[in-house]
Design a protein around this ligand. Sequence first.
Ligand code: GMT
Length: 379
Amino acid sequence: MKIGIVCYPTFGGSGVVATELGLELSKRGHEIHFITYNQPVRLELLGNNVHFHEVSVPEYPLFHYQPYELALSSKLVDMVKLHQIEVLHVHYAIPHAYAAYMAQKMLREDNIYVPIVTTLHGTDITLVGSHPFYKPAVTFSINKSDAVTAVSQSLKDDTLRLFDIKNEINVVTNFIDISKFNNNYTDCQRAMMATDDEKIITHISNMREVKRIPDVINIFNAIQKEIPAKLMMVGEGPEREPAERLCETLGISDKVVFFGNSNEIDRILCFSDLFLLPSKTESFGLSALEAMASGVPVISSNTGGIPEVNKEGFSGYLSPVGNVEDMSKNAIHILKDETILNQFKINAKQQAKHFDIHQIVPQYEAIYQETLNKCKILN
Ligand code: GMT
């Protein structure tokens, strides 16, 4: 199949999922065309079956906002025609589903029908999409897609609650290539980060308010009072600077390392003992799954889709949003006893296997095929 994938190419779960999906589909013999404004961050190798088409938005001084959707829908039209793309899979509703719908309409003028599969990722629904300024366009684009998927049952429920949806929503969970998270690195550089008696706690995110970064720092502060520990903060975002200041105020700056964005999170997770994800909302929590795949237990909030990923008392613990005391207590419980910690590490890895890429990608293939068949009958 020739599949066009539209996503945000930046650090962020939806772009990571779209990229990994495209790479796996190409390994399974499909021809993949990434259509976006930059090469996706985790897309390092462009093979024969994987192509990247850049969407450029010319700057024009008259415009206060440059019209990205317009440039994207025009590019989609051109690429579908040039490469005979059969299915467009758009990740993140805003503005991708909307731009794809416009492209579909334009192509129709030339008697080309390309079905659209829209995958909802979370913030496109819970934080941004449901804002009254966007809601009518988001509702319309979801209803006009030929197939819709959500990355968790919780996100499907939220979408049905917040929007007037006429389309069926299929839950296709996020996934992970377990083999990429094999932490038997011979060069796992733990010794560079901590002494043997120190535990390593990690948090990875794009450090926006929704991630509750002060909670991460406060949980770590409580842990380090009981157990020698270091905190690895990975990612960039508006909450980073306030977090660095909070570390200074608490007098723990020497125990916290801020890495910035990293393409090698598997190398950081390979020496981590515990992962913190106290988010206010999270449709899935891909970073928690990546941690678990590396054998790192997770202390998280019990919001959104996280309980579908992190299992209470097995792969980690879940607490109500903002309950720093409970999260700290659970973290210390896991970390203070080596036998308990090792059991949680084994469990975390086992739990991650439920989301292996080889189980999930065929679900997308089936949706593409079904959608194509349905469209052939209708046209
Ligand atoms: O939350 C982020 O930092 C990024 C955001 C995105 O759109 O890339 O993540 C959302 O999609 C991810 C992939 O499906 C999910 O794992 C995240 O839980 C979801 N974020 C939220 O719902 C806040």
